[in-house]
Design a protein around this ligand. Structure first.
Ligand code: DX5
Ligand code: ZN
Length: 217
């Protein structure tokens, strides 16, 4: 299992420090939540933030693009140093082209599915994606409650992956804690994004990450 702390819940005034802390605490990648105030009702970071973070860590940067017109931003985020670019299927009429465009820039391509969107919306791109992110909250904010019904969606996606002999990784994002991780781990998820549980609840980020690993076994 891979743990991807979301810097949305980090201390923005001490971001480099917090990124080093989670790296030393056993994080496998850094999850960066890009929000444009249109696709989701919140505003966060642009490519400049990804470029600023790139030299701070050796961990892969997992860039979650909650933006309308994602194609327009793919080149800039790739240049800034993203390792994976994740585009919402709901944000473009041309998800297949968006996945190809990401690969053309030498970056891993991921497709993201909102809680209310059926898996059928991404079936045709499954053979060309590296990662599928199943949202386990409605996107836009950290600290929301995990939606338990999404565990079954992860299980159905994992089944499709086996049946079609595909190799994409399955990621979950939203409300992941030591109480909720086991449901999605059992269902077949590989990468677990966690923001508030890692940075702003309980003990040190290192301890919180190890709690996730223990609970997800
Ligand atoms: C929500 C973001 C998440 C968020 C998760 O739109 O995509 O990555 O940071 O935060 P928690 O873990 O607090 O639900
Ligand atoms: Zn996210």
């Amino acid at each position: 299992m891979k743990i991807a702390p979301s810097i949305l819940s980090a201390d923005f005034a001490n971001l480099a420090r917090d990124i080093r802390t989670v790296q030393e605490g056993g994080a496998d990648m850094i999850h960066i939540d890009v929000m444009d105030g249109h696709f989701v009702p919140n505003l966060t970071f642009g490519p400049g933030m990804v470029a600023a973070i790139r030299p701070v860590t050796s961990l892969p940067l997992d860039v979650h693009m909650m933006v309308d017109n994602p194609e327009a931003w793919i080149p800039a985020f790739a240049k800034a140093g993203a390792d994976t670019l994740l585009v919402h299927v709901e944000a473009t009429s041309h998800i297949y082209r968006a996945m190809q465009l990401i690969h053309d820039h030498g970056v891993k391509a991921g497709v993201v599915v909102n809680p209310g969107t059926s898996l059928s919306a991404v079936e045709e791109v499954l053979p060309i994606v590296d990662q599928v992110l199943i949202m386990t909250v409605n996107p836009g904010f950290g600290g929301q409650a995990f939606l338990p019904a999404m565990a079954d969606k992860v299980a159905r996606l994992a089944k499709l992956r086996t049946e079609r002999n595909l190799a994409f990784t399955i990621e979950v994002d939203g409300g992941i804690s030591d109480q909720t991780i086991s449901a999605v781990a059992k269902a077949g998820a590989d990468i677990f994004v966690a923001g508030s549980f890692v940075f702003s609840e309980g003990e040190s980020p290192a301890k919180q990450i190890s709690k996730l690993r223990a609970a997800g076994k």
